[in-house]
Design a protein around this ligand. Structure first.
Ligand code: C5P
Length: 395
């Protein structure tokens, strides 16, 4: 995704400039070519040497820097960029860009580039909330700039407020989303469910399962990185959700309600969640006391979301099995009216709950069985999405 992409990383004069080192490092590790361009004030907060060492490239700090290979042609970077990211972006650079000014290298590049531009503002809360900054951001947004953050939190002044640089993972996610916009799932609506549902017993306790949501989260991120509009319905929060619409739910009934709402405009539904099959018939209003010598819970069936939700979309399910894997999965594919089912052996230590790998067998409507080797959940997600692309093309 980031491999061999040229990312122009603009760094401006905010105390959050030190976080640009982390961004440059993670981008470089992911295989991107990172070209750092700093404004003069940024060099007061973090040394160009740090960013040049991390990015393995010279850092541009001035228009008149004859020793760099870019000095004679300031548009070269603008043309080379697959994406320009300014993190942190101060109120000052935002104002310069909104006014179309080009009085330093970074603003020249932004004005000259045809690549998408991402801004990650970081500043004092009052500067951020100032109507002028807000108008500038709105103007840039209307022109196609992508804004990530800022977040609420402790600011350099020691006060709490809106103005903190977005989390580095969120900034990286935004870069991936923007780079993937024209991917093979561009503009497709994909609904993904993730995590294990929790069915309350009383205000303290619930019935749950071991699912962590990793497979579903990998699917949501992979679909986002391939251009899809993703709605993730999950019981657990993923590390980053840039560009993903997230619905947090707890129970099977809540998950069903969210799925029904989301599939109205979906091209595909992928149910990776481990949905409870039973829930307590009634939820105790007060905590059940342990003085009660024994306790019997009466359970009732939850809705089978995948079987009950129907419509004109591709329907994909998972079958966690411990025996007769293919036979059971085939039966479920038929009973639930699925296009594909991913069967996995939960007794296998590499494909169980909470691990980053999975070994699945993909079964389609024609009965074709394809056993994938042990892969990371992200790789499995991409294999499944390859199938989704094929199925959508046939519709
Ligand atoms: O029947 P089984 O629970 O094995 O089916 C697994 C598949 O069905 C998964 O995709 C799961 O998300 C979905 N499911 C559901 N509603 C349930 C139980 C499972 O949608 N109540």
């Amino acid at each position: 995704m980031l491999a061999n992409k040229t990312v122009v990383l603009g760094v401006t004069g905010s105390i959050a400039a030190y976080k640009a080192a982390d961004i440059a490092s993670k981008l470089t590790q992911a295989g991107a070519e990172v070209r750092v361009v700093m404004t003069q004030p940024a060099t007061r907060f973090i040394s160009p040497l740090t960013l040049s060492t991390i990015s393995h490239r010279p850092v541009v700090t001035s228009m008149w820097q004859l020793e760099t290979e870019f000095s004679t042609e300031h548009v070269a970077l603008a043309e080379a960029a697959d994406v320009v990211v300014i993190a942190p972006a101060t109120a000052n650079i935002i104002a310069h860009l909104a006014a179309g000014m080009a009085d330093d290298m970074l603003s020249c590049i932004v004005l000259a580039t045809r690549a998408p531009v991402i801004l990650a503002p970081a500043m004092n809360v009052n500067m951020f909330q100032n109507a002028i900054t807000q108008q500038n951001l709105a103007k840039l947004k209307a022109r196609g700039f992508v804004i990530v953050g800022p977040e609420y939190g402790r600011l350099a002044s020691g006060k709490m407020g809106l103005g903190r640089l977005a989390e580095v993972e969120q900034i990286l996610g935004t870069i991936k989303q923007v780079l993937g916009r024209k991917g093979d799932l561009a503009d497709k609506h994909i609904v993904v469910t993730a995590g294990g549902t929790r069915e309350p017993i009383d205000p303290v306790r619930h019935l749950g399962n071991h699912a962590t949501g990793k497979m579903g989260h990998a699917l949501a991120l992979a679909a986002r990185d391939r251009g899809a509009r993703v709605r993730l319905i999950t019981t657990a929060a993923p590390a980053e959700t840039a560009g993903i619409e997230v619905s947090r739910v707890e129970t099977a009934v809540q998950m069903k309600q969210a799925v029904v709402k989301a599939v109205a405009q979906a091209d595909a539904l992928i149910m990776a969640a481990a949905v409870a099959d039973y829930r307590p018939r009634s939820i105790a209003k007060a905590k059940i006391k342990k003085e009660t010598p024994s306790l019997t819970l009466e359970l009732t069936r939850t809705p089978d979301i995948l079987a009950e939700v129907t419509g004109d979309f591709i329907k994909i399910g998972f079958a966690a099995e411990s025996e007769d894997i293919v036979t059971n999965a085939r039966r479920k594919l038929k009973e639930k009216g699925l296009h594909l089912i991913m069967a996995n052996d939960i007794t296998d230590k590499d494909s169980g709950f909470g691990v980053d790998t999975n070994k699945v067998t993909i079964i389609d409507r024609s009965g074709k069985v394809e056993s994938l080797p042990l892969l990371t959940k992200r790789e499995v997600a991409d294999r499944i999405l390859d199938k989704v692309v094929g199925l959508l093309a046939k519709r």
